[in-house]
Write a protein that binds this ligand. Structure first.
Ligand SMILES: [Zn+2]
Length: 402
């Protein structure tokens, strides 16, 4: 199969990697992207959002065409810090091409995928216009294509995708489907895509006791005993046994603290923090209820405790397996020969915000080196992902017509 694209995704990815866009810095990445999109006929909006207590973040919304169907490609140009640059084989923002790989922070998560989508889009629009791809070659899509690119995915995600979506909704912009370019492939390009994500909930358990001398325990009330009892109860039984597309929900304690520097003191209070990654059997509210019941049962009237939950905007969700999911699967199979596993594993992504507006599917590069030293992507994978995105665009917009 000929995977070559007249617009080179490797060059775009390399140029994006050279922008040091560690969250929340824009680093020139959105400026570069805006320039490329304007050249092929996009209307581009650069949007800076702020909120007290968080850094201002630059974002981009670009669109071409009109009417339906409306496909939006979502992604982020921000990257996690590189750590100690000296530990990289090639400097993290050099965009070095060594052998058959492009090296650098963001190569797979996820500047590479953005480059592939822009290349695929240029090809698709040029093909529709019957012209060679490039600045002068772009035609219009048979509907609307948008890009929703944030600079705040790897950070607190406050001034990014949620506000971009809200901004678009306020202007009457409606999306039919979203393709999110996160690195979803596990070992080989095309082996997995994501059709949902688990929810995430953080909680704190605090048990109150009475401080005292360790040699006179009868005069004190050690809260550690109570905390251990409640923790055991929360860990004892699974929260569920998984669902059709999800693993079982899981509660994991992340910290246990009494803050006691001495050896002869029974502390007055003991606390533990935990995180739950949960599936579509639960909502946050039902999960909180379940955990409260378990604590209440274990505590009886002996243990004085409080159970608090941090605010969370990460509900579990699942995109129904329908024509759009099938379309993306078909494009992946055609280019790679692999049938992607429909996964919901891993951490949260901005799909948790997008799913409130339209169905969202995540498909992108192999994530093996993401967030690591020597993050890198195979040049062949950039070519293949471009071919996949091109097929998604062609099929979505019924090109070539028949
Ligand atoms: Zn990412």
């Amino acid at each position: 199969m000929n995977l070559s694209s007249p617009v080179d995704p490797v060059a775009i990815a390399r140029d994006l990697v050279r922008c040091p866009s560690v969250t929340p810095a824009e680093g020139g990445a959105l400026r570069l992207l805006a320039g490329m999109l304007e050249e092929i006929g996009f209307e581009v909006h650069r949007l800076t959002f702020s909120e007290p207590g968080t850094a201002d973040v630059d974002n981009l919304y670009a669109r071409i065409g009109s009417g339906s169907p409306h496909l939006v490609f979502a992604g982020h140009t921000d990257v996690v810090p590189p750590g100690e640059p000296g530990s990289w084989t090639h400097p993290p923002f050099s965009g070095a091409i060594a052998g058959d790989e492009l090296h650098g922070r963001g190569a797979v998560d996820m500047k590479g995928a953005i480059a592939c989508f822009v290349a695929a889009l240029s090809d698709h629009l040029a093909a529709r216009a019957g012209r060679p791809a490039g600045p002068a070659g772009a035609g219009q899509p048979a509907g609307t294509v948008s890009l929703l690119i944030t600079g705040d995915e790897e950070g607190v995600a406050v001034n990014g995708t949620p506000k971009l979506l809200q901004w678009a909704a306020e202007r009457g912009i409606r999306f039919d489907h979203c393709l999110l370019g996160e690195p979803t492939s596990a070992e080989a390009l095309g082996d997995a895509m994501k059709i949902g994500r688990r929810g995430s909930l953080n909680g704190t358990l605090v048990v109150a006791g009475r401080q005292g001398h360790v040699a006179y325990p009868q005069l004190a009330d050690n809260p550690i005993r109570g905390l251990v009892t409640l923790m055991s109860r929360l860990m004892a039984e699974p929260l569920d046994h998984g669902t059709a597309h999800f693993d079982p929900s899981h509660l994991e304690f992340t910290s246990v603290d009494v803050g006691n520097p001495t050896v002869n003191l029974i502390p007055a209070e003991a606390r533990a923090r935990f995180n739950v990654r949960y599936n579509d059997r639960h909502t946050q509210d039902s999960l909180k209820r379940l955990l409260k019941i378990r604590c209440r049962e274990a505590a009886g009237d002996r243990i004085r405790y409080s159970l608090e939950f941090a605010p969370s905007n990460s509900e579990a969700f699942l995109t129904a397996v329908g024509p759009f999911v099938e379309l993306v699967i078909g494009a992946v199979v055609e280019v790679t020969g692999r049938t992607p596993k429909l996964s919901t594993s891993g951490g949260t992504s901005d799909a948790r915000f997008i799913k409130n507006y339209c169905p969202v599917v995540e498909f992108g590069l192999v994530g093996r080196t993401m967030h690591q030293v020597d993050e890198r992507v195979a040049l062949a994978d950039l070519a293949a992902l471009t071919a996949i995105y091109r097929r998604v665009l062609d099929r979505y917009f019924g090109y070539p017509p028949h």
